[in-house]
Design a protein around this ligand. Structure first.
Ligand code: FE2
Ligand code: FE2
Length: 210
């Protein structure tokens, strides 16, 4: 096994390289998540972000154990991908700060982060196993499973978060009514508040014109 001063190559080098990438990403997330906790309006979403912030701090610590187990110093390497995802997330948070779709935007940004992490940890686990680094693979799998659970939690919150927006199930009922012969233009959603792009209204309009 390579030591601190020995040059490495191949899969071992790739593992070290991507460990530095995810270590950087996790540290960025420790900084970014408190903003998302603060921005979320839905209680459960806020609690989910808060819980994942604590988990993420644990993941940083676990990665430091991984570096130690690999007999190398903890090293972070700038990850432009996570910076890009977080930049988009910040832009959405600003643009939708006072919008009913803010929580939906936060779920979207957070899921993109989780999927990036899941992709990375899936590869890291496979590489560590291949290299016979079972203890390292075990620790990475713990991080992977936390990311998968966080992603599932976000998925389970999607419906609730969407119910906060004007585009709710009422729309479908109106469409059914329209099909039954109620073609009144008044079926359009007058009460839709601040629909980000007016898609809901447009859909109803098309139905009422048939
Ligand atoms: Fe993470
Ligand atoms: Fe995560």
């Amino acid at each position: 096994m390579a030591t601190k001063n020995e040059p490495t190559s191949g899969l071992r080098k790739l593992l070290e390289d991507q460990l530095a990438d995810i270590y950087y990403a996790e540290k960025q997330l420790v900084k970014a998540l408190p903003k998302m906790v603060k921005a979320a309006t839905n209680e459960e979403l806020r609690a989910a972000f808060d819980g994942h912030l604590e988990e993420t701090k644990g993941q940083v610590a676990r990665l430091e154990q991984v570096f130690e187990a690999m007999d190398m110093p903890a090293k972070a390497k700038t990850c432009p991908a996570i910076l890009g995802i977080l930049q988009e997330c910040n832009e959405l948070m600003e643009e939708y700060a006072d919008d009913e779709a803010l929580d939906a935007a936060l779920v979207d940004g957070a899921k993109k982060v989780e999927h990036y992490e899941i992709a990375t940890y899936t590869s890291l686990c496979a590489w560590a196993e291949r290299l016979g680094l079972d203890d390292v693979a075990g620790m990475l799998k713990e991080n992977l499973e936390e990311e998968q659970a966080a992603d599932e939690k976000l998925t389970s919150l999607t419906e609730e978060v969407l119910s906060e927006t004007g585009a709710n199930d009422e729309e479908e009922e109106e469409m059914v009514d329209a099909d039954k012969g109620d073609r009144s233009p008044n079926t359009s959603r007058k009460g839709t508040k601040g629909s980000a792009n007016g898609i809901a209204k447009k859909t109803t309009g098309q139905v009422s014109k048939r």
